[in-house]
Design a binder for this molecule. Structure first.
Ligand SMILES: Cc1cc2nc3c(=O)[nH]c(=O)nc-3n(C[C@H](O)[C@H](O)[C@H](O)COP(=O)(O)OP(=O)(O)OC[C@H]3O[C@@H](n4cnc5c(N)ncnc54)[C@H](O)[C@@H]3O)c2cc1C
Ligand code: FES
Length: 614
């Protein structure tokens, strides 16, 4: 009781001061302070904002730069102390001043090294983007908001009100269930697409029931770390949201739960071992993908492993520590990241060999020059390659002993990791929903499946890609989050098409690799810089249209290309190759077309529902 009273009193106190500062100029000061204080308290309590409210003692006013020292479209950093890491960013946009934290809530990249487009700050590492006005994430591997701080101009100086301890991120305001709202949405899967959908529904004031059903016994976690930090990743640290998040927004998560059957005619889900069926109004399928296992003998032997889940990673970690000869089948991103991570950690204690039927790793998606440079990097670190040979079978007795290739050569192995691609998890609906040629659930541009009440998002969804007109299924983390958002908007009838440009990253040794777009069957490559020196940007084109770009050591180059593609401002391959247009020109083009890169999330969240679900 006392705790509640103190919370209410703190909120009222803060509300009255805000009222005094912000509202009293329009009405009588006393009326403003009391009325605003009361309304503010009720608003915060109703919207569950009380946990993040700073008390007055927590806040301080910091005088920063001269207002005249920052031009429209610019950002400036300012050290607010007490340590040199306590930095904020100031911006001027459309004649107004804004301030945010300077570190990205994802992995703490310095946002000043990113790019500012309109009211959007884009992170230079993994393409997160935030509104400088609301702090809301527009895209990227993030769920929480970037902290924003109020700025006022006092005697020509910008004064920013900041908490004494700078927050790293801010949990958004999420709605809760309203008992009289009988809509029921079910989300199948608990990866980033699923979490993003949950979060977007609650951000968009959806107050119906949400049930998440997942096979895993973990809450959503960051899978991307599993191949990059096998020996250091801890489940607790990579878990994206702890149980309190789901409790707070009143979302039921059914872990370790297997769905037996989805009756799409009656909107019913049957759970294994349960007699009661779950009835849904809308269903989101976000079941991701699972590793493909090549159809050869011996894949069931001990120490023949795949990597998709945290448990898979733990198995690989334990087996790798004891292994002497590790063979990785498949020079895929996951295979190569695993090779790099094991070699970096265990060095000469293990022999690591990558086997693949292709001549140069990544040549199909990145071209020979970039692929060769990455392969050289691995060779320099001691990884061996056995290429242009197919896996014929795996041999052993109980434990794996070797793999056999199609030229009948043997490669000894006491651990085999299959990095041979993934297949979408569509089994539950493969006979009831339309399945695309790429194996994913066929959706329209709103991520709606062939059945009105069912949506799909993430690795499992095959959708029409607006930029090229081709149907694609993308296996990227950021894309899963983006699609989770779009599917959620459309489940509540907002009619928002999916129009983002895919983005992917990889880390192998000290190489941080970025990729934007979808290269598909590109017919032309232009490389600016040197792949062998690990400093380049490569552009990929199909019929003179740039469809993708990859970069190493050039951050935030791919973020600029991504925005140019999204805003339809990308020059042709001819213009880039001839040097008529440079990356700087592309950035200037975007900046000069004011409004083309403006944040959309706030508008999406507040867009009225076009077709409210019954
Ligand atoms: C090791 C590794 C490293 C990666 N690194 C990167 C990277 O660096 N950058 C990048 O962009 N992408 C990376 N990816 C890809 C990225 O992680 C995926 O694209 C992303 O996780 C897809 O999200 P999703 O929500 O669609 O599916 P998933 O993350 O696969 O989640 C699907 C969930 O559904 C559950 N599920 C499946 N079937 C059922 C069912 N029948 N019933 C209930 N639940 C079910 C699964 O158990 C899982 O919890 C990596 C992937 C892996 C495995
Ligand atoms: S650090 Fe910013 S997106 Fe990862």
């Amino acid at each position: 009781m006392n705790r509640h009273f103190s919370k209410i009193s703190k909120l009222f106190q803060l509300g009255t001061v805000l009222g005094k500062n912000r509202v009293a100029q329009f009405v009588k000061p006393k009326t403003a302070t009391v009325a605003f204080g009361s309304l503010f308290t009720l608003f915060c309590l109703k919207n569950n904002m009380d946990s993040k409210i700073f008390t007055l003692e927590d806040l301080r006013d910091v005088e920063t730069i001269n207002a005249s020292d920052i031009q429209d479209g610019e950002m400036k950093s300012f050290e607010v102390g007490p340590t040199k890491d306590d930095v904020i960013l100031l911006y001027k946009y459309d004649g107004k001043y804004y301030a945010t934290a300077a570190k990205c809530p994802h992995s703490a990249a310095n946002l000043e090294k990113g790019v500012l487009f309109d009211d959007k700050i884009v992170c230079p590492w993994h393409d997160a983007a935030f509104s400088i006005v609301t702090g809301k994430p527009e895209q990227g591997p993030v769920f929480d908001n970037l902290p924003t701080f109020p700025v006022k101009e006092v005697n020509g100086k910008l004064v920013v009100q900041i908490p004494r301890v700078l927050p790293k991120s801010v949990e958004p305001t999420l709605s809760k269930r309203f008992v009289a709202d009988f809509k029921k949405f079910v989300i199948l899967g608990s990866g980033p697409a699923a979490l993003s959908a949950v979060e977007t529904l609650r951000r968009s004031n959806f107050k119906g029931e949400i049930i998440v059903i997942t096979k895993e016994d973990e809450l959503p976690y960051d899978r991307t770390v599993l191949s990059k930090n096998i020996f250091g990743a801890e489940l607790e640290k990579i878990t994206l949201k702890d149980p309190s998040f789901f409790e707070k927004c009143e979302v039921t998560v059914l872990k370790n739960t297997n769905v037996k059957y989805i009756n799409i005619d009656r909107n019913l889900i049957e759970i294994e071992g349960e007699s009661e069926k779950i009835k849904y109004d809308k269903l989101l399928i976000a079941t991701g993908a699972r590793p493909k296992v090549p159809p050869v003998s011996g894949t069931g032997l001990n120490n023949v492993l795949t990597l998709r889940s945290y448990k898979d990673m733990e198995q690989i970690k334990e087996a790798a520590k004891k292994a002497k000869k590790i063979v990785i089948v498949g020079a895929s991103f996951i295979g190569m990241e695993v090779a790099a991570n094991i070699k970096k950690e265990l060095k000469d204690e293990v022999e690591v060999t990558v086997v693949d039927q292709i001549k140069t790793p990544f040549s199909r998606v990145l071209g020979d020059d970039v692929g060769k440079a990455i392969m050289d990097l691995h060779e320099k670190n001691g990884v061996k390659f056995n290429l242009e040979k197919r896996l014929k079978n795996i041999e052993g007795a109980g434990d794996v002993k070797s793999i056999v290739l199609d030229d009948n050569s043997h490669v000894d192995a006491d651990l085999v990791i299959l990095g041979t691609g993934v297949r979408p998890n569509v089994d539950l609906v493969s006979n009831s929903l339309r399945i695309a040629d790429d194996g994913g659930i066929y959706t329209d541009v709103f991520l709606k499946s062939s059945v009105e009440s069912i949506f799909a998002a993430g690795d499992v969804a095959s959708y029409p890609y607006w930029y090229t007109g081709n149907r694609v299924r993308v296996e990227h983390y950021n894309e899963a989050i983006q699609q989770g958002q779009i599917a959620a908007y459309n489940m509540i009838g907002k009619r928002i098409p999916h129009t983002s440009i895919p983005f992917f990253w990889s880390r192998q040794y000290d190489m941080s690799f970025r990729f934007v777009g979808y290269s598909g069957d590109f017919d032309n490559i232009h490389i600016d810089g040197s792949p062998s020196a690990m400093n380049f940007i490569a552009y990929y084109a199909k019929e003179n249209k740039i469809v993708a770009a990859a970069s190493v050591g050039r951050d935030p180059a791919t973020m600029v290309v991504g925005q140019a593609m999204e805003s339809n401002l990308m020059p042709s391959m001819e213009e880039l190759k001839s040097g008529q247009v440079t990356l700087e020109d592309i950035q200037a083009r975007i900046k000069s077309k004011k409004g083309c890169s403006k944040c959309k999330r706030n508008a999406y969240e507040n867009k009225p529902n076009w077709n409210p679900p019954r």
